[in-house]
Design a protein. Structure first.
Length: 283
């Protein structure tokens, strides 16, 4: 109690901000400040963070360090937003930028009740931050995630593909592993090996339809509306809805059921690569 008071005084500490489990220490330390004839710092006590079970957050609740959350794929801006909001508020604001947090934060906004760490709320905020991020900054952080988790770095071709695809990837991803799963179509190379789920959509009938589609795409205008028109018209000739062809197309282009729109993938991949992948699947 004496050492921390002397140390804080010698360093010119003006504000002591800590967990409310140190509340009793503040009274003891205040007595020492007064006995020494020193000005008291501002003492502020922040509510503790509890886990989902209502108990103080600890290792039993899972990851506890910032580096661990990075390895789990949470974007830094989302983590900062969520951690700032725990035990503090600025009106009804839930989603805010770093600049807004710096402008708004003050001790008056700190609450009195313990904050509860809610992973779903964290993921929701992270989803919003990924969607709002600058594409280049998001790509940079994604590469940092790959490095932190010991995964292979991106090749130049993969980096270019991700840069082109980013506007179609970031709208719903909550963490980076989800974004990478959606980006599989630009990270892989022919021949595309469909996973077990998407392979089920490539039956003989579907392959036949894809074989019909290939020459039509070779002469189609490579714009979203034109591509959608070609695919829709072919589906109608077979008495099918667009969704019945979207599955086989997704399997052909990405090899996954989780991916951006088939037309977004076509635009990112380009005519030659798209037609080649669909031709492979048809064969």
């Amino acid at each position: 109690m004496l050492a921390v008071v002397v140390d804080d005084h010698d360093m010119g500490v003006t504000h002591v901000i800590r967990g409310d489990d140190h509340m009793t220490n503040a009274f003891r330390q205040a007595m020492i400040y007064r006995a020494m004839g020193w000005d008291l710092p501002v003492f502020a006590h922040v509510p503790l963070i509890f886990g989902p079970d209502g108990k103080k957050l600890s290792k039993r609740h899972g990851a506890t360090g910032a580096a661990e959350y990075q390895q789990m794929g949470y974007p830094a801006a989302g983590m900062r937003n969520y951690l700032t909001r725990l035990g503090w508020s600025h009106g009804d604001a839930e989603f805010f930028s770093d600049a807004e947090a710096r402008e708004w934060f003050d001790l008056k906004g700190i609450g009195k009740s313990p904050a509860r760490f809610d992973t779903k709320k964290l993921e929701n905020l992270c989803r919003q931050h990924i969607a709002a991020s600058d594409d280049a900054a998001l790509l940079h952080e994604l590469e940092a995630f790959l490095d932190a988790t010991g995964q292979l770095p991106l090749t130049d071709a993969q980096r270019d593909g991700l840069r082109a695809a980013m506007p179609h990837l970031k709208d719903r991803a909550k963490i980076f592993p989800e974004l990478l799963e959606k980006a599989h179509f630009v990270l892989t190379e022919r021949p595309i090996a469909p996973d077990e789920k998407s392979a089920k959509s490539l039956d003989d009938v579907s392959r036949g339809i894809l074989a019909e589609l290939t020459p039509q795409l070779q002469t189609a205008s490579w714009e979203r509306d034109a591509l959608e028109g070609v695919v829709t018209a072919l589906a109608e000739t077979h008495g099918l809805g667009l969704g019945k062809i979207a599955g086989p197309l997704r399997a052909a282009l990405a090899g996954r059921m989780v991916s951006p729109s088939v037309f977004d993938m076509m635009l990112v991949l380009g005519r030659d690569e798209s037609v080649a992948r669909i031709g492979d699947a048809a064969a």
